[in-house]
Design a binder for this molecule. Structure first.
Ligand code: DQA
Length: 138
């Protein structure tokens, strides 16, 4: 089982960024835990602050990998291009968010990813990623 986690803009600042919303753990620390927890999964991680690079990565892995776990961060609420990329590839995509975006500002209630994702997991903190991996295993 080969899974790719793709994180969008500002998620490189996890641990430092708004800790009351996103927690104190860096993604690198959490990713190391995930790898230990799921030794049977070939787990990779990519982060970019640039929309086109996220699209590029979706295209690159989207015909070979068993799953993509995507937190498009702010681009979730704006990117027709990322939505189109998900539609274009064959690998199923699970949309994840650390926070419960529906409890937050109204502009975060819209997602260009949800209509084309296999499923959506949000609001469980970093555990949202863990749950997404589990969904591919079950
Ligand atoms: C986020 C929620 C988005 O609204 C926000 O822009 C992010 C992170 C989350 O994981 O909770 O950067 O995707």
């Amino acid at each position: 089982m080969k899974l790719m986690i793709i994180n969008g803009p500002n998620l490189n600042l996890l641990g430092k960024r708004e800790p009351e919303v996103y927690g104190n753990t860096t993604f690198e620390e959490y990713f190391a835990e995930l790898k230990k927890k799921f030794p049977q999964v070939e787990l990779e991680y990519f982060q970019s602050n640039i929309e086109g690079e996220l699209i590029q990565k979706i295209q690159e892995v989207g015909f070979d990998y068993d799953g993509i776990i995507l937190n498009a961060a702010a681009y979730t609420h704006t990117s027709v291009g990322i939505g189109d990329a998900i539609k274009a590839v064959t690998t199923p995509v699970i949309e994840v968010h650390i926070s419960n975006t529906h409890q937050r500002e109204e502009y975060r209630h819209v997602s260009y990813i949800s209509p084309v994702a296999k499923g959506v997991i949000l609001g469980f903190g970093l555990q949202s990623y863990d749950l997404a991996i589990q969904s591919f295993l079950s």
